[in-house]
Design a binder for this molecule. Structure first.
Ligand code: MN
Length: 206
């Protein structure tokens, strides 16, 4: 049998200093190398456990195993999306969304300011650890907000994600201590709208 493919930590599309002052070099380094890496390792550990159990024809606690797998693969995927939907302030990051996603946001929310307000409220009100996301409902063909708890709770099945913001404390505690709202406010300066628009264009084909 071939060696099964495992998860690997993707490189960031910019250097660790690039998102400062909104996300510091130290905060981004730890977030990527320690936290994102932990989800890579966690997902691989479950995958290896599954392979081993199948080889030995051993029983697994399927509920616990799949819950753990979903947590780690969710963490892996969301971080990857998060890194990709940011860019250095003034160098691809910040401003207002242009392109077709800009039109879709204005059409759905009435204005960019209203979208920003709703997304900010979604991010600030996540209970415990989680994410705010803008996704695209492939049924109604409309943009939709999503608030994810942990990495895998309250997800809409198969609604492609256009943009995410990590509001786990590990994303901001070094830079903002407990002030999540301040971190969320800073995020708007480093949103890579071009990347968000590219994702929007790609999901139109689905
Ligand atoms: Mn994180």
């Amino acid at each position: 049998m071939d060696t099964p493919t495992l998860y690997t930590l993707p490189a960031l599309p910019y250097d660790y200093k690039a998102l400062a002052p909104y996300i510091s070099e130290q905060q981004l380094t730890i977030h990527h190398q320690k936290h994102h890496q932990a989800y890579v390792n966690g997902a691989n550990a479950v995958l290896e456990k599954l392979v081993k159990a199948r080889k030995e024809n051993a029983d697994l606690d399927m509920k616990a195993t799949l819950k753990e797998l979903s947590f780690h693969t969710g963490g892996y995927r969301l971080h990857r999306l998060f890194w990709e939907n940011m860019a250095p302030a003034g160098k691809g990051g910040g401003g207002v969304p242009g392109g077709e996603v800009g039109t879709a946001i204005t059409g759905e929310f009435g204005s960019f300011d209203r979208f920003k307000k709703e997304f900010t409220q979604a991010a600030n009100s996540v209970e415990g650890s989680g994410w705010a996301a803008l996704c695209f409902c492939t049924i109604t063909r409309r943009p939709m907000l999503m608030q994810v708890e942990k990495h895998n709770v309250n997800m809409h099945p198969s609604f492609p994600i256009l943009m995410v913001l990590d509001v786990w404390e590990h994303a901001y505690y070094l830079d903002y201590r407990n002030d999540r709202a301040k971190f969320v406010e800073g995020f708007w300066n480093i949103v890579n709208w071009d990347a968000v628009n590219q994702r929007f264009l790609a999901v139109q084909k689905k």
